[in-house]
Design a protein around this ligand. Sequence first.
Ligand code: PAP
Length: 269
Amino acid sequence: MWDTLTQPSDILLCSGPKTGTTWLKALSFAILTRGKFDASTSPLLTTLPHDCIPFLENHVEKIKENRSDLPLLATHLPYSCLPKSIIASNCKIVYIYRNIKDVLVSYYHFVREIAKLSVEDAPFEGAFDDFCQGISYSRPYWDHILEYWKASQEMPERFLFLKYEDLKNDASSYVKRLAEFIGRPFSVEEEKAGVLENIINLCSFNTLSNLEVSKSGSYQADENASLEHRLFFRKAEDGDWENYFTDAMKEKIDKLVDEKMSGTGLVLK
Ligand code: PAP
C-alpha cells in the first residue's frame, strides 16, 4: 500500500506532536507554492496547514485519491515505524524538534482541551509524570528525536534538522535553509523583492492564529477525531514551561534528558 502512496521525490515533514508541525507545514507549503500564489492569495489564508499537507498515518485514502503535484507529506510516526518503502527510497526528510519542556506543556494543554477538562480537573503534575514515564501519542519524545537523529547521522544528505527555537530567533536563515533543502532556494531577486519576508510573515503565529479559519471549524485528524482548529494555535512561546515546572520537575527532566542524550552529539535545551 505504502509503495504506491509515496514517491522518492516526496519530502517528508517529520515531528513529534506539538513541536512545530503546523508551522513547518505552512512554511514548506508556502515555499513550494510561491510561484503560484503570493502572500495575499495563498490557500494558507483560508485553509489550516494540516489540510494543505496530509499526515501519512491518518489520511491514506485522501492521499490515494487526491495526490497533488505538491511533493509534501507529513508524519508524527517514529522513524522506526516509517514504512520500509520510505526508508528505502531516497526521499528527503525534514525533522523539526523543540525544547522538551515546552513540548510537554503544549501537549498537556492540547490533550486537556480535547478531553474538555479544566486545569483544576487535569493538573499539570499528572501530565508531567506520564511524560517522564514515556507515555505519549508517538513514543517517548526523546526516543522520537533520537531515532531520527541517528538516521540523520547515517544519511546526512537526506535530512534537515530544524529547531523550533532557532526558527523563532532567526527565521530568515532557517527558512532559507529549508527552502534550499527542499529544492526551491530563494534567489537574490526574490529576497530583494521581499518574497522570503512575506512567507515568514504569512506563516508566523501572529498571522496564522488570527485568521478566521484558525478560530473556527474543525480538522478531521482521522476517522474518529475531529479537532477544533484553534487547538493548533495556543501561545507559541519559547520558555512557557517556566510557568508550570517546579524546581524539582526541572531537575528531574533535565537529568532524564541528559541521560538520554549523553553521547549522541545532540544537545537539547
Ligand atoms: P500538532 O502536533 O498537533 O500538529 P504542532 O503544530 O506540532 O501540533 O505544535 C503546536 C504548537 O506550535 C503550539 O505551541 P504552544 O502550545 O506552546 O503554543 C502552537 O501554538 C505552536 N504553533 C502553531 N503555529 C505556529 C506558528 N505559525 N509559529 C510558531 N508556533 C506555532
